[in-house]
Design a protein around this ligand. Structure first.
Ligand code: AMP
Length: 236
């Protein structure tokens, strides 16, 4: 199906760029860890979910179509995603590397990404592992500020109960695609469309498995140690 386009740069510490992908079930803490990794390595965190949510909030006709698809827990088509990703990766800040979060999600998207990034390809894909039962509980208890995007957890953060964001005073709500029905549908899609991609990256020695259950600081530390071990210490 896919052919390798990248060489493994194990041990290198003078990378000109660092191209990472982070995989994980919805609710695995992927967004949080991706933001930390991007800051640590000085590369942009490119979340297709965030980009599509921004489009959905923009009030355009395109945004309206995207919102309907997202709210139902389905995937936006590969063709539409090609345009979104090609444009974003073509921006100047992505020239020295990036961390992709939420893309690729299907074999078609993985093939497209390879073509787009040829001949170098990506340096490493990360699999943040959290069991399905744990993520269902996490997602259905997740609340988000509509103004600044901060996320809160029911039973842990006061803002999730009060509905008022502790950071900016905005309203804190449940995302439409965080309801139980939508979550089950997204997890089934992840299993059928995205999980097969992990085998491909693993088969090409490009996958780093990291346990995503535990304290965020400890998980971030093992991610950084694992990445440094596999591809060096990031862009110089
Ligand atoms: P996320 O925040 O990554 O879970 O993405 C939220 C929603 O955006 C998904 O449930 C999809 O509807 C849509 N989405 C994000 N990334 C992609 C992608 N690579 N392909 C198709 N749809 C996507």
């Amino acid at each position: 199906m896919l052919t390798p386009v990248t060489s493994h740069r194990s041990g290198s510490t003078d990378l000109a760029s660092l191209r990472l992908i982070v995989f994980g079930r919805q609710g695995a803490g992927k967004g949080t860890q991706a933001a930390r990794l991007a800051a640590h390595y000085g590369i942009p965190h490119i979340s297709t979910g965030d980009m599509l949510r921004a489009a959905a909030a923009s009030g355009t006709e395109f945004g309206g179509r995207v919102k309907e698809i997202m709210d139902s827990g389905s995937l936006v088509s590969d063709e539409v995603m090609e345009g979104v990703v090609a444009e974003r990766l073509g921006e100047p800040d992505a020239a020295r590397g990036f961390l992709l979060d939420g893309y690729p999600r299907t074999p078609g998207q993985a093939e497209y990404l390879q073509t787009l990034l040829a001949p170098e390809g990506i340096d490493l894909a990360i699999n943040l592992e959290v069991p399905e039962e744990v993520v269902v509980e996490r997602i259905t208890g997740r609340r988000v500020c509509v103004s600044c995007g901060t996320t809160y957890a029911v039973g842990r953060d006061a803002s999730a109960g009060s509905g008022v964001c502790a950071k900016c005073g905005g309203s804190v709500v449940q995302r439409e695609d965080d309801t139980e029905d939508a979550v089950r549908r997204r997890l089934a899609l992840y299993a059928s469309s995205t999980e097969p991609l992990l085998s491909w990256f693993r088969g090409h020695d490009l996958l780093l498995d990291v346990d995503g259950v535990g304290e965020p600081d400890a998980i971030a530390a093992s991610l950084i140690a694992g990445i440094d071990d596999r591809v060096g210490s990031g862009p110089d």
